[in-house]
Design a protein around this ligand. Structure first.
Ligand code: FAD
Length: 383
């Protein structure tokens, strides 16, 4: 049987879920198709990131203009999570209790201080804290920490609750959401686009949005577009519950660690440690070396974490491009739109979905989006 829709969205991660909701609210006939197992939205840590990553600025100075240009999106995205939770009427354990980017030596403190000054200039609510000041607000940090940049807009939420609340909302709106459905092919079919599904099904849609995370590039290529999405398998850990201990989102200026405590009392530990990629149609698996190094670093930064037992460790696929969002129609086929968030894509997800919906509906996306066009990759430019 051929299923029809005005707009078919491929990918039911945070962007696809929010976009389907936006389009349904706008009265569009929308269909959401999702294979489901390999997305970042089901595996992520729920950190609301706003400040720039000190480490990336040092490692990739060429990307600084891109990162700075995208910076205004992040505080807006964190605020958007607040309004979305209200709209959903759901407690997603959203806490904007601030984020600390900690450092362990004078050189990285100075770098962080320059970053902080620049971010303040660009409108972020940030401040530098020396050793005594950081101890006052975060007594749980280890002695090695000599200072931190505090970003007031950062925070955390529980992605499992947020994803569930969005799925419930879509069901209540009657949006068809086909799970465990892999889209094999996208091709032109007269006035429509034709999607061939792995279960033998076919969808004909007037327009298609590729919100397929790391799978976006493969689908875009089938229709003549070039979107270089790269799958980045990452590792996460969660401990048993503990009494309130870590108030902030904690990150490190130079090393791979993010750490936060959920409302349940569990401490979520990650930071970009690699997992093992098992192929595009397989779930990634955990690497023991990542597990050991990640937890060793966590205990170094927050020593009382060593009292807690590790409950679970898992791997998920993140998506990278050039650090910026990819948004808008493909020049090769303008009926196919792309909706891929930039770095910290869960933070950006709801806002990116708002912008993607506005572009599709011919409305004002609220931010300058020209630099996010997918065509920048075909032109070979990233600016
Ligand atoms: C371990 C980990 C921790 C992270 N932590 C954070 C964090 O704390 N904060 C933060 O902001 N970001 C975090 N991220 C990044 C964030 O999760 C992603 O950027 C975000 O989920 C991207 O959302 P998305 O909707 O664009 O894509 P995804 O969530 O990747 O969803 C894409 C969906 O498309 C589906 N799909 C792909 N191809 C096809 C196809 N051909 N047919 C059907 N379906 C298809 C996939 O199965 C998937 O369900 C983390 C990522 C990982 C992996």
């Amino acid at each position: 049987m051929i299923q029809q829709a005005d707009v078919a969205i491929i990918g039911g991660g945070i962007v696809g879920l929010c976009l389907a909701r936006n389009l349904a609210i706008a009265g569009q006939d929308v269909l959401l198709l999702d294979e489901g197992r390999h997305g970042g939205a089901n595996a992520n840590a729920g950190s609301l990131h706003v400040q720039m990553q000190s480490r990336f600025l040092r490692m990739y100075p060429d990307l600084v203009p891109n990162l700075e240009a995208s910076l205004p999106l992040y505080p807006a995205a964190a605020r958007r999570w607040g309004t979305l939770a209200e709209e959903l009427g759901a407690d997603v354990e959203l806490r904007q209790s601030g984020g600390l980017m900690v450092c362990e030596d004078a050189t990285s403190y100075d770098f962080l201080a320059r970053k902080c000054a620049r971010e303040e200039e660009l409108g972020l609510r940030v401040e530098m804290l020396d050793r005594a000041a950081v101890r006052r607000i975060a007594p749980y940090l280890g002695d090695a920490v000599v200072g931190a940049e505090l970003c007031h807009d950062e925070g955390k939420l529980n992605p499992l609750l947020a994803n569930q609340a969005l799925s419930r909302d879509l069901r209540a709106r009657g949006v068809p959401h086909r799970l465990k459905t892999w889209v094999e092919r996208i091709e032109r079919d007269g006035a429509a686009l034709r999607l061939t599904l792995s279960d033998g099904g076919v969808v004909r849609a007037g327009r298609v949005v590729l919100a397929a995370g790391a799978g976006t590039g493969r689908l875009a290529a089938q229709i003549g577009g070039h979107v270089p999405t790269v799958a980045e398998p990452l590792h996460m850990n969660i401990t048993e519950s503990a009494a309130p201990l870590v108030k902030h989102l904690v990150q490190h200026a130079e090393r791979m660690i993010t750490l936060k405590q959920l409302a349940s009392g569990q401490v979520v530990i990650g930071g970009g440690w690699p997992a093992r990629f098992a192929g595009p149609d397989q779930a990634p698996t955990v690497r023991m070396d990542s597990l050991v190094q990640n937890l060793t670093l966590a205990q170094h930064i927050v020593p009382s974490v060593r009292e807690l037992r590790l409950l679970r460790t898992w791997a998920g696929v993140n998506t990278t491009t050039d650090g910026q969002c990819v948004l808008g129609p493909l020049a090769a086929e303008p009926r196919v739109h792309i909706a891929v968030p930039g770095d910290a894509g869960y933070t950006l997800g709801p806002l990116v979905a708002d912008m993607a919906a506005a572009i599709l509906l011919g409305r004002d996306p609220g931010f300058p989006v020209a630099r996010f066009t997918p065509d920048r990759f075909s032109r070979g430019a990233s600016g």
